[in-house]
Each structure stands twice: as structure tokens, then as C-alpha cells.
Design a protein around this ligand. Structure first.
Ligand code: ZN
Ligand code: CU
Length: 501
């Protein structure tokens, strides 16, 4: 039975092909039909004439592991049209780990010791099933999380027995449904891990059909070496590699994406590689002393020692306190910061690269977060697509839907087609734009009209509906959907298409 008819809109279907006019019918959790659709008894209708209807956006780079529980309506993401988040990036996942001491940075970006409450990855996914959020989640296992759970000290390579211990935890996570392994070799808990340690763990990915994502060891002077290292892991393990939030940082490296992107393109001819980016010239992570001198400006996002300083520039805080920037930073710790250390031309070059997916890298627990948390997707659509003209709207949508779904194995999401899951975003192409900025970073975007997840509305009239239809997407289920197609999948689940239509 038809539940919804979204009538009169223009479909941008996520594949990258040109838009077309069509109605979209939703039955249960699926898209029932796309075309000219007659009225149906009992179906609710939405007039979306003049609007775009697109697949729900996939945020391929998030740190929403705990936000899915802490803010289950997921307004920061649903307000942007996001319907699925990939969690566990940059080597940090909330599971599998329990802690009896404060989490070392950057694990503290996700929560405190008590929040690391999932000894097994299966426990985390089961908890999501029990208290579902508004959006879907597909989950990576973090290498730093594995290290913190297994190794008594982190400033060295793992020994063979520790690699075996991490491997067993990784295997449990993969068996439970994790979609892959992430690393954050840039960060202290993992920076002493040699390539052999990563490759030993990554060897477990191919049998599972899982992938590898990485916040590389270096995005500055040694960015090309880091690309080589990352691609080598993919070749050794024979798995797809996703380079997270690709950029080149520091004034000395402005313009260097002109060298990195051809390197991507060359490697892509012989192995599977993806990359994601967010649409800003400033980055954000924990407060790190060595980044202070490299950044043009540093803005504090949170501080355990001086919470009232969140939202202020480090230079101003240091001046008020009558001390130097490094001393002030030490006093603020543990803390987080935003760093202006990218060039606008690089940001545009990476966004425009045809294989670049959109990922927010938003930090949902920061007091004064980087605006990418609330603004990434509408900023690409409104600023970079409509205002700057970096690419057409079909391409912009593809970078946040079909391209991402294909890379992460979400084959029944990311495109508007009959039979796919009804993850849908309706927006106004003329007005959609981010409103979050560095001064007011939690302003919801404008122009996102309706967002559906698994056939149920989660965002309308500029606010959450209160519905929580999101699901923990397990790799085995995603693979079955890809392998069998929907008919077989429905049959396996005891449903016939005729029951859905
Ligand atoms: Zn990262
Ligand atoms: Cu990240």
C-alpha cells in the first residue's frame, strides 16, 4: 500500500544523470515508483512542485558514534538532508572499548571514559538497534580504539601478540557488521604504528569484503609520501582505500593539491581508491601544540580546563592572560580547536575532482563546533554549486549520494529508483544554503524542506519530526542486498513485491 506520494518535483536521482520531472511514491520503507503516479487511497500527498527530490545524503566522514545516542533526532545532520552517516572515522570508534581512565586525545572527541561502554562491536550495534536514531549508520572500527584497548603504552609499534589481540577485536567487529577499518596515523595513539602493523590488520578486511579508510600520517610537507603509504595498504590487503578529508595543510603546501590529485588519478587506474572532503578552508580537531604555529588563526572549540573560552581565538585568550599562545594552549588542555591552514583554491580543486565524495568531519560534542557539523552539505549545494558554479547540481548531488553509496557498498541507497530504500531529501535549489558559520556554528541550513529515512519523515517545517526510523546497517546485510538484488532479498525476508505495492 502506498504511504506517501511526493508529487510534482524534479528528480535528481544521484547517478549524475540530468534531472527529470516525476512523482515519487513511497510504500513502507521503499521507493515504490518513480513517474506519473495516480492518486492512491490512504496515501498522504506532498506537493513538491518547484523543488528538487534527491536521494538522502550520505555523510561519509563522521564522528557521530555517540551522537546517535546523545542526540537521536540527529538535527545537525537531518537538517542538511543527511539520511546515513558513516561513523568511526580517523581511527576512533566508540567500540570495541571500555575504559577506566580518561580517553587519550583524540578519543576524547567522542566522549568520556564512561561513554566507552561497549566491550564488543556487536554490543554497540545492538544498542543502536534498541534505541534507533533518526538516520542510518554504517560503522567503521577505529585502529586507535583497538590500540588503546590492547596496548599498555602507545608510543611504539605493536608486538606480534598485540597485533593478534587487535586482530581478534577487529574480527569480532567485522563479524558483527562493521563495514571496515579506519586509521588516524596523524594522531599520537597511532603515530608509532608502522605500515606493517596496519597491513597485518588490514589483511582481515578482504575476506570480509570490508574497506580501509585513513586520516593519513601527514597532510602537510609529506603528503605525497602519505598517499603512497595509504595506497600501499590497499594494494597489500587488496581492499578499497578511502583517503579522509583530503587537503594539503600549511602555507608552504598551498597549491599542492595540483600534485596530489593527479597522483590519485594515476593510482585509481590500478586499484580502488576513494576520497572525501568538506567545503571549508579551516580544519578542526583536538588542540595540538605543533599545529598552532602552522595555522594562520586558531579558534578554541572546547576546553575542559576553561570551558568559558570556547568560541574565542587562542591569540585573544593568550593576550587576556598575558602569556604566549603555547602557554595558553597548555593551560586550556584538554581542548579542541579550529585551524585556518588551507588554501581556497585547494578546497575547490579537491571538491571539483570527479571522484571526491562529501563528508562533514563534524565534531558533534564540541561546545563551539566547526560549522561543517551543521553546514557541509547545504554549503556544497548553495555556495560551491549555485553561487561559485564549481559544478552542476546533478554532480553535487552525485558526490553526496550515488558515488558515496557505491564506494561504501550501500547499493540500495544513494539513488532514487523504484525498489530502493526510501531515503529522500527534498530541497529548494534556489535557496538551499548553509547558515552555520564560525561565529554561530549551530544554525540549521535553509532550503531543506523534507527528509525521509526508510520511508518515514524525520525533518519537515524546519525541525525534526521526532521519528527515529534509522538503522544500524550491517555489512553482511548490505552485501546480501547487493548480491541478490531486491527481489531475492525480499523473498529471503518473506516478503513479496506485491505486498509492498
Ligand atoms: Zn581526521
Ligand atoms: Cu575525522
Amino acid at each position: 500500500m502506498t504511504d506517501w506520494i511526493l508529487r510534482g518535483g524534479t528528480v535528481i536521482d544521484g547517478t549524475g544523470r540530468p534531472r527529470f520531472r516525476a512523482d515519487v511514491a513511497v510504500a513502507a520503507d521503499r521507493i515504490e515508483a518513480v513517474g506519473d503516479i495516480a492518486k492512491a487511497a490512504g496515501a498522504r500527498e506532498l506537493d513538491i512542485s518547484g523543488k528538487i527530490i534527491a536521494p538522502g545524503f550520505i555523510d561519509v566522514h563522521t564522528h557521530d558514534d555517540r551522537a546517535l545516542f546523545a542526540t537521536p533526532e540527529m538535527a545537525a545532520k537531518a537538517s542538511q538532508g543527511v539520511t546515513t552517516v558513516i561513523t568511526g572515522n580517523c581511527g576512533i570508534s566508540l567500540a570495541p572499548l571500555t575504559l577506566d581512565r580518561p580517553p587519550p586525545p583524540p578519543l576524547d572527541l567522542l566522549g568520556d571514559a564512561a561513554d566507552y561502554a561497549y566491550p564488543r562491536f556487536a554490543d554497540y550495534l545492538t544498542a543502536l538497534d534498541a534505541t534507533p536514531p533518526a538516520v542510518n549508520a554504517a560503522c567503521l572500527v577505529g585502529h586507535s580504539t583497538l590500540r588503546v584497548g590492547i596496548m599498555p603504552e602507545l608510543g611504539r609499534a605493536a608486538r606480534a601478540d598485540e597485533i593478534a589481540g587487535m586482530g581478534a577485536r577487529l574480527q569480532e567487529a567485522l563479524d558483527a557488521g562493521a563495514i571496515g577499518l579506519s586509521t588516524g596515523l596523524f594522531y599520537a595513539p597511532a603515530s608509532h604504528a608502522p605500515p606493517a602493523e596496519i597491513e597485518a590488520l588490514a589483511a582481515r578486511l578482504r575476506p570480509a569484503g570490508a574497506l580501509y579508510t585513513t586520516h593519513m600520517r601527514d597532510e602537510g610537507d609529506h603528503v605525497l609520501d602519505s598517499l603512497d603509504e595509504s595506497f600501499a595498504v590497499g594494494r597489500a590487503a587488496q581492499v578499497p582505500v578511502v583517503i579522509s578529508h583530503h587537503k594539503t595543510t600549511g602555507v608552504a603546501n598551498f597549491g599542492r593539491t595540483a600534485a596530489t590529485l593527479p597522483k590519485f588519478a594515476a593510482a585509481m587506474t590500478s586499484q580502488e581508491i576513494g576520497l572525501d572532503a568538506y567545503p571549508y578552508v579551516a580544519s578542526s580537531t583536538v588542540l595540538r601544540p605543533e599545529m598552532i604555529d602552522r595555522a594562520l588563526t586558531v579558534l578554541i572549540t572546547w576546553s575542559k580546563a576553561a570551558p568559558e573560552q570556547a568560541g574565542r581565538e587562542l591569540a585573544d585568550i593568550a593576550r587576556d592572560w598575558g602569556i604566549g599562545a603555547h602557554e595558553a594552549a597548555a593551560r586550556l588542555q584538554p581542548a579542541g580547536a579550529i585551524y585556518w591552514m588551507m588554501d581556497e583554491d585547494d578546497v575547490r580543486r579537491v571538491l571539483a575532482f570527479d571522484r571526491t565524495m562529501i563528508g562533514s568531519d563534524g565534531l558533534p560534542h564540541d561546545i563551539h563546533p566547526h560549522p561543517r557539523l551543521w553546514g557541509t552539505f547545504p554549503r556544497v549545494l548553495g555556495h560551491y554549486c549555485r553561487e561559485v558554479g564549481l559544478f552542476g547540481l546533478e554532480t553535487a548531488v552525485h558526490k553526496m549520494t550515488g558515488l558515496s553509496a557505491a564506494r561504501f557498498g550501500l547499493s540500495r541507497r544513494g539513488t532514487v529508483a523504484a525498489g530502493n530504500y526510501a531515503d529522500l531529501t527534498v530541497f529548494d535549489a534556489e535557496t538551499v544554503v548553509d547558515r552555520a558559520d564560525f561565529a554561530r556554528p549551530t544554525q540549521p541550513a535553509s532550503g531543506i524542506e523534507y527528509v525521509f529515512v526508510n520511508g518515514r519523515p524525520v525533518w519537515s517545517d524546519g525541525k525534526p519530526t521526532g521519528e527515529r526510523p534509522g538503522r544500524a546497517l550491517r555489512r553482511q546485510q548490505l552485501q546480501a542486498e547487493t548480491r541478490n538484488g531486491l527481489e531475492a532479498d525480499d523473498a529471503a525476508n518473506g516478503r513479496k513485491r506485491s505486498e509492498l505495492t
